[in-house]
Design a protein around this ligand. Structure first.
Ligand code: PLP
Length: 377
């Protein structure tokens, strides 16, 4: 049996352990400490945001962001449908309801004109959403500018889910830094990891300060424990922040390795009939967090599931692209502004092994087995 090749696994560098050792040596083994402050500052510099708050997950960061733009019970939030559930579930934590917006084929992300039309219709009937939650999927930035213009026209705050897009660019800036707030994730399978963690970024000092307050049980400034509102236990630990500082030092290499995976796959497989790789936009660079492609069964003679199962037999883990939120049973009662793109991508799309620690041999094995799957049809 050959060694399994997995979709995306943690890839630790050389300095993480030193930062963690420092935390041990100084006994900062808590969700406070010098690594947290340093990690936030270093992160802000990397993405070009004014302020950052390190938290326990990307999901927690989104929950705080939505709460801080005052999403509450009975509200609606417009949200990308083509995403992982963690984009949408925090909307429901607040008693609000997602309305899903479909993708375009250029970026696979929220279609700006679909959003504009939906907002215009809602404005007419006086039922605008409380926020727009925009996802930058698989490390590719959505076309942020027109989306932000639409949001501004109706005075609706934009929240960006850049969990998969740390190191991507949009017009030479980082996605996640354009809206009122943005979030990133350091889960084990993301571009860099803290073994679990997230970051909330914003240029609004007050928003970030309030986020830190809410993330530490909303403790009022009193010598005793005084509370005038309900908070959360969402801060990142000083140990995890130490890992994050080490990971930030190798971020560029990690992104370059994932982009290289994509290039190698595309070069080797791009000409096979019926295959299309996730398109590249002309306004930015993707992190290629996962290398994705679609199989058009009528042309390819083989469908996505057949390819996935053949690879699985060979110990190669691949996965269908995200199942759109509006197709999820849990969101069956939610509205979707649907143009069929996300559903089509879900039917045909596959994510290939994409870790920054894959060897050339691993990549060759994946390529070889996909070509084999074609031949065996
Ligand atoms: C991973 C991910 C999240 C959530 O991040 P966690 O740190 O796992 O909570 C949110 N949105 C997207 C698109 C993600 O891929």
């Amino acid at each position: 049996m050959k060694r399994p090749i997995l979709l995306s696994t943690p890839h630790i560098g050389e300095q993480e352990l030193q930062f963690v050792q420092e935390a041990f040596d100084t006994n900062w083994i808590a969700p406070v400490g010098p690594h947290i402050d340093a990690f936030e500052q270093e992160f802000s510099q990397v993405v070009g945001s004014q302020y950052s708050a390190a938290v326990s997950s990307g999901t927690a960061a989104l929950h705080l962001a939505l709460k801080l733009v005052r999403v509450g019970a009975g509200d609606e939030v417009f949200c990308s449908t083509f995403t992982f559930i963690a984009s949408a579930s925090p909307i429901t934590y607040l008693g609000a309801k997602p309305v899903f917006i479909d993708s375009d084929r250029i970026s696979w992300n929220m279609d700006p004109s679909l959003l504009e039309d939906a907002l215009a219709k809602r404005a007419k009937v006086g039922k605008l959403p409380k926020a727009v939650l925009l996802v930058h999927l698989y490390g590719q930035s959505a076309d942020i500018e027109p989306i932000l213009e639409s949001c501004d026209r109706y005075s609706i705050p934009l929240i960006e889910d850049a969990a998969e897009a740390l190191g991507a660019t949009y017009k030479d800036t980082s996605p996640g830094t354009w809206g009122r707030a943005g979030i990133f994730s350091f889960n084990g399978n993301k571009i860099i990891t803290t073994s679990g963690g997230g970051m909330l970024v914003s240029d609004d000092a007050e928003l970030i300060e309030k986020a830190k307050f809410l993330a530490t049980q909303a403790r009022d400034p009193q010598p005793h424990y005084e509370h005038t509102e309900i908070g959360f236990n969402y801060r990142l630990s000083n140990i995890s922040a130490g890992i994050g500082r080490g990971q930030l030092l190798v971020l560029k290499e990690r992104v370059a390795a994932r982009q290289r995976n994509f290039e190698i796959y595309q070069e080797a497989l791009g000409d096979l009939p019926g295959i299309q790789f996730m398109p590249k936009t002309d306004y930015g660079t993707s992190t290629n967090w996962l290398s994705c492609l679609t199989f058009e069964p009528k042309i390819a003679g083989i469908d996505r599931e057949q390819v996935r199962l053949k690879l699985l037999e060979k110990q190669i883990e691949t996965r269908p692209v995200w199942k759109p939120m509006h197709l999820q049973p849990v969101f069956a009662d939610c509205e979707c502004i649907n143009n069929g793109v996300a559903e089509d991508l879900f039917e045909k799309g596959l994510c290939l092994p994409s870790g920054s620690n894959l060897s050339d041999e691993d990549l060759e094995r994946v390529i070889f087995e996909i070509k084999n799957a074609y031949k065996s049809q």
